[in-house]
Design a protein around this ligand. Sequence first.
Ligand code: DGJ
Length: 744
Amino acid sequence: MGISCKDIDGGILFKLDTPNSTYMFRTADTDGFILHMYCGRRLSGTQVDDLCRIDEPPFLPSKNERERCSFMDCAPFEYPGHGLGDYRDDAFSVINKDGYFATSLSYRSHRIIKGKPGLKGLPATFGSEDECTTLEITAADDANGLEIILYYSVFEDCDALARSVKIRNIGPEGNDIKLTKVLSTCVEFYGGDYDTITLHGSWARERMMDREHLGLGRRSVSSLRGESSHQEHPFIALLDHDANEDHGDVYGFNFVYSGNFIAQAEKSQFDTVRVMLGINPVDFCWNLKPGEEFQAPEVISVYSGEGIGNMSRTFHDLYRKHLIRSKYRDCKRPILINNWEATYFDFDTDKLIAIARQASKLGIEMLVMDDGWFGHRNDDSNSLGDWFVNENKIKGGLKHLVEEVNKTGLKFGIWMEPEMISPDSELYRAHPDWAIRIPGRKPALSRAQLVLDLTRPEVVDHTFGQIEKILKSANIEYLKWDMNRQLTDLGSSMLGKEGQGELFHRYCLGVYELQERLVREFPDLLLENCSGGGARFDPGMLYYSPQIWTSDDMDPVMRLQIQQGTALMYPLSSMGAHVCDCPNHSTGRTTPFETRGYVALAGTFGYELDVTRIPEADRNMIPAQVAMYHSYNDLVRNGDYYRVASYQENHEWDCWEVVSKDRKEALVTIVNVLGRVNYKSRLVKLKGLDPEKTYSLRYYNIEKAGEDEEYLRLKGDALMYAGIKAAGNYHGDFRARLLHIREV
Ligand code: DGJ
């Protein structure tokens, strides 16, 4: 495992090994081209057929200069430049001091370092010297006076590679460069028949999986909304056309960034495929003066030789161990009750205390006060930025409320939307120039609000001061950080004529700075990021918060699809999931309380309803759900996740399984979304068990708040290869069961 390099004919070969994968590239020719060689299942040696085609026509330019252009247009570049004959999409481009766009890359030097350096101001995966090795390739673009540093980190315990890029202006005074595109990764694949998986959606319908056959041309997803977005996701997987959940080669790419992105696969005239991810170049233009450097965020790539499921499990392991930093990462989170769908803006101290009292009796552990407690906010038209408590609603103040809630035995959490400013706010009246907007244009409102210009240090400082004041004013143990509109009217009064192309990225850096200061100053705070539901559920935010609100849609049927798409790369421990009221506020659907609980159990688990007003039968079920959470959350949080059946694909039922790392235990959730006559049970072939072990099977019985007697005892091979007839008492729609399997 690790990174090795050796001299080969005409260059240096670099081999990057993880437990089950190999990534290889080489330098070649007098131009110092850096060419991709291989990415896939682990190779024992470094010898592969010359896939780079450097000995096939068109020869390297040093051997056949007259066909330089043909070479450029088919060579498998590790980090392709612009405008010199490679007509596929490029990874970086500039406007140089004389106005020219072209870029190129020539190898200069390299070094291999133990561990993984952090990325200044950016979220990134991490690992100790024993866990990671990093290769740093320094290349030059002499004509532009630039140095380009490519970073590759391999992990000893995961089949994952982290890549990022730094560009440094090493030119003389006056060498003012504008970076117009700096992507973070590029991988070339030779031939093959591939599909792509991407994620799409909207508000309340985030991360729906979409699989498509990759034809010639480009398949790309992107965001220009200033956040990773509800609509598309900074992720793309390239997989064998015949790969499925359990078999075949899959390459997953996820961008550790929360702003504008592009993720793209391009199939060329020669059937090669170039996959690239990075900051969306649209509206991006970064000024790089001599002596300055630009650090692009990182991309994680995961290889799985055992299908899509194994790719997901690798991402989960990597993110749980090498990305999430919070002390809550490995802990059971308090079961919270959030008042948003319970009350919306219509609440006061008494109502919240009544909810807390009732919740406490049922075993719920924290009350979260959502939107509407500050300024003069009774609807969404005002007060963002005025982070002082509305004493008309919160009579006696915040400290009093928190103390009263604590007296019921519950912890207290609060909602804030720190990045926003309402035109109807004291903050806006004092600082209208703090909003992002273009002079001379009326800025577009969304939810009646504007976005704070976090490129300005004084705005970041002020915002942090507001958060700090609130958090220190009472015993607040949890913060829900919301962000309810996308960016438009890109204009910053600080960045000037030359700097507006930096706004999107600088905004994102401002958010990261705020969250970094927050987690450093309040290391015991449980932070949950949120963005109008799940519009900023991305690895960038996971670096700061161990959990993210997955979607405003808590209907368990919609959640099957939303959670499946989210769990494609994010661990279950990170998915904010609550039991909702019924009929569901987004879909209008009525589902059993029991089913809502089983689906929320696949995430952080909590409640979002008025526990004083729901039907008694439902309320009576809460202690059993609480017990269920306490029994199984360690397994759900730490185990290996397997998709067994997908409602999104079969339109009838869903099933997933979490298996403990030692394979002694598993939890299977079966949701019969639509009843089917004469089909009272489903054939479930379990996954991930030890074929040699014998297991005992018990259903969770919500009425007993515990498990039924063992109903079946079978070996792992029989459970996996023959399967079981599961949950034989289905009748009706939306019925679900939980099956616990334990080694005997
Ligand atoms: C959007 C969030 O996703 C909701 O949970 C809630 O906090 C509202 N914003 C409040 O405005």
